[in-house]
Design a protein around this ligand. Structure first.
Ligand code: GLN
Length: 280
């Protein structure tokens, strides 16, 4: 039986040497922690432990799937967003670090102790709604998705963290049937139809319904803006994530829909990523 350290080194060696291999190494270690159900500290301290055949073949199988482009989060069933460990499955988009910009901007408009009614449209794994609920326990957060399998993942995450978000199935704000809210947040699908990135290894494993935003990528952003204009109270904020080239288009759509105080916030890579405005 080979020591775990050797098995991991051999798995990493299947990636091209250099940057790619350096990037994948921590992921291979995470896969090993998942297979062995060990915390990382144990793996670091006991790299000489011999691995049995079953563990080796499970690890090699997962590493091969990772090489074929499946996101690590689907292989372990787990990811982290806003320091919250979340369950994920191929029914939901893997939450991205840049979406934390949306959380920061929403929280900046929700004072501590606030009891605002917040609507998360297209919640997927529930990441946005759950992060906001964790930070603002008294807010009344409702999260909507059209896809029942996504809502099952989101509800599981809410139970896991004991967070009282209400989940509703439906088409955007139609799900709240005429009620009004103080804030709308959303990370809708926004990738343009035919964008080659949809077919690339990274994204082709994720749900198309969470990624593809119609012919110009703005279809769902338009729908979210129209619905937000309908359900927001006067002075209520809408904040949306969008593609890195969509800032100007989204600001124009917000202006057309009568929003004021329109602004865009950049992500950690310096791209325009989150835009919003205040309902008149
Ligand atoms: N940020 C994701 C990506 O480009 C897309 C998410 C979305 O369409 N809402 O990988």
């Amino acid at each position: 039986m080979k020591p775990v350290r050797t098995v991991l080194a051999e798995a990493c060696a299947r990636w091209p040497a250099g940057a790619e291999r350096a990037r994948i190494q921590p992921e291979i270690w995470q896969l090993a922690c998942h297979v062995l159900q060990w915390p990382l500290e144990r793996l670091l301290a006991h790299g000489d432990t011999p691995l049995d055949e079953t563990a080796v073949s499970r690890l090699e199988h997962l590493a091969a799937r990772r090489r074929a482009g499946e996101p690590l989060a689907y292989l372990t069933g787990e990811t982290e967003f806003w320091s919250l460990p979340l369950c994920v499955s191929p029914a939901v988009l893997v939450p991205r670090p840049e979406t934390e910009i949306l959380i920061e901007q929403a929280l900046a408009r929700m004072p501590a102790g606030c009891v605002a009614r917040v609507l998360d449209l297209g919640t997927g794994s529930g990441a946005i709604a759950l992060a906001l609920q964790r930070e603002r326990p008294h807010a009344q957060i409702v999260a909507v998705d059209r896809q029942a399998p996504a809502l099952a993942v989101a509800a599981r995450n809410a139970r896991r963290h004991g967070l009282p978000v209400t989940f509703l199935q439906g088409h955007w704000a139609a799900a709240i049937a005429g009620r009004s809210v103080d804030m709308v947040v959303s990370n809708p699908p926004y990738i343009e139809h035919g964008d080659p990135c949809l077919a690339e290894a990274g994204l082709c494993h994720e749900p198309r319904t969470a990624l593809a935003g119609g012919a110009d990528g703005l279809r769902d952003l338009r729908a979210v803006i129209a619905d937000a204009a309908r359900v927001l109270v006067g002075g209520g904020w809408l904040l949306m994530e969008h593609g890195n080239q969509q800032g100007a288009a989204v600001r124009a759509l917000l202006a057309q829909a009568g929003f004021g105080e329109i602004g865009t916030h950049k992500d950690y890579a310096g791209w325009e990523r989150v835009s919003g405005g205040r309902h008149g």
